[in-house]
Ligand binder design. Structure first.
Ligand SMILES: Nc1ncnc2c1ncn2[C@@H]1O[C@H](COP(=O)(O)OP(=O)(O)OP(=O)(O)O)[C@@H](O)[C@H]1O
Ligand SMILES: [Mg+2]
Length: 319
């Protein structure tokens, strides 16, 4: 069966701790107190794939998970939430990636403590059959391209070039390197950038990718490398969409009271790409991204607050 979307990228669990704690270190180190604790399936693509499924898209993910308790939770939750997991490889003896957000000091996004996985985030190599299965879709998306050094020369580069040649929409949310790396990070993406219809990043990542300070200049540099559309996310300030000779600012949308902004970028990507699959104009894609992100910030993590298609259409028609 043909998927709407094939997604490649890391999966991990997020443990989300919400409460109030003293801000003075000597008091904090001796403190104990209650908090709301939740577990969510995350990673650079965990929220994105679940959000896409919530919007009614047929989506399958290619990734590796550990065969530990968190790996089983990831698989179970993805299936429950309508994501295809046939291409997820379970790695024997590995440990899962874990993010622990302690939202007890005012910020709705930090501090974050994390443990990196001991396995590759997704398969380094794909055989011909797997390539055919993955390209049997309308759109192919990768999140977290820059996170892991060992993936820069993986088969994903050739896969994206093939996808583009076959007429699939191609998109990457680069994220950022999880190791020390001097800008411009786009040097390690030179081979994949010309295959991309859409490159998503945030302002900090745009600067790191290009070593250009302001967003417009950074976007130009990325467009000159062959990307067709660059989307720069700016948190509460909204987002900017750039093509050669054209640009659009989309304000953020707030669907209710802010709980946390974890995974807002992933919800944005899902909404934007769902609209793009309906061949909507780019400013409407950005609006749909903003609406999805602005709803996701009203509940814990990047999925619980994600609206379904009907809710998004309702908000769109009222604006
Ligand atoms: N506090 C907020 N209120 C409303 N919308 C928000 C808020 N924070 C972020 N958004 C929306 O989410 C989008 C993406 O957020 P952000 O700029 O934080 O992306 P990101 O850094 O890629 O996020 P992530 O940490 O999920 O990767 C923004 O463009 C905006 O539309
Ligand atoms: Mg991001």
């Amino acid at each position: 069966m043909k998927n709407d979307v094939t997604v490649i990228g890391p999966l991990n669990v997020d443990i989300l701790v919400r409460g109030e704690a003293p801000r003075e270190l000597p008091v904090l180190t001796g403190w104990e107190g209650p908090a709301a604790v939740e577990l969510a399936v995350a990673g650079s693509v965990g929220y994105t794939v679940q959000d896409m499924a919530k919007l009614g898209l047929a989506v399958s993910v290619s990734a590796c998970v550990a065969d530990d308790v968190f790996g089983s939770v990831i698989l179970r939750k993805l299936r429950e939430n309508g994501v295809g997991t046939d291409w997820v490889t379970s790695v024997k003896g590995a440990s899962s990636g874990i993010g622990v957000y302690v939202l007890a000091f005012g910020s709705r996004k930090r501090p974050l403590f994390y443990q990196l996985p001991t396995h590759d985030p997704w398969p380094l190599r794909y055989d011909e059959h797997q390539v055919e299965r993955m390209l049997n879709a309308r759109l192919i998306h990768n999140g977290g391209f820059l996170h892991f050094l060992q993936m820069y020369e993986s088969d994903i580069v050739g896969l994206f070039s093939k996808a583009r040649a076959r007429g699939l929409i191609t998109s990457v949310d680069s994220q950022f390197p999880l190791h020390a790396m001097k800008p411009p990070w786009m040097e390690v993406m030179r081979r994949v950038l010309p295959s991309l219809d859409i490159l998503f990043c945030n302002e900090h990542e745009a600067r790191g990718l290009t070593a250009v300070e302001e967003a417009q200049g950074a976007a130009r540099s990325l467009l000159d490398s062959g990307v067709r559309t660059v989307v720069i996310k700016q948190g509460e300030a909204g987002s900017e969409v750039f093509q050669q000779g054209w640009h659009h600012h989309e304000p953020a949308f707030r669907g209710g009271e802010l709980v946390d902004s974890i995974g807002a970028g992933d919800a944005y990507d899902a909404g934007f790409l769902a609209a793009l699959l309906e061949t909507r104009p780019l400013h409407e894609c950005a609006r749909m991204g903003s609406i999805c992100a602005g709803c996701s910030v009203t509940a814990a993590g990047g999925w619980a607050g994600m609206p379904d298609r009907k809710t998004v259409e309702g908000i769109l028609s009222r604006r």
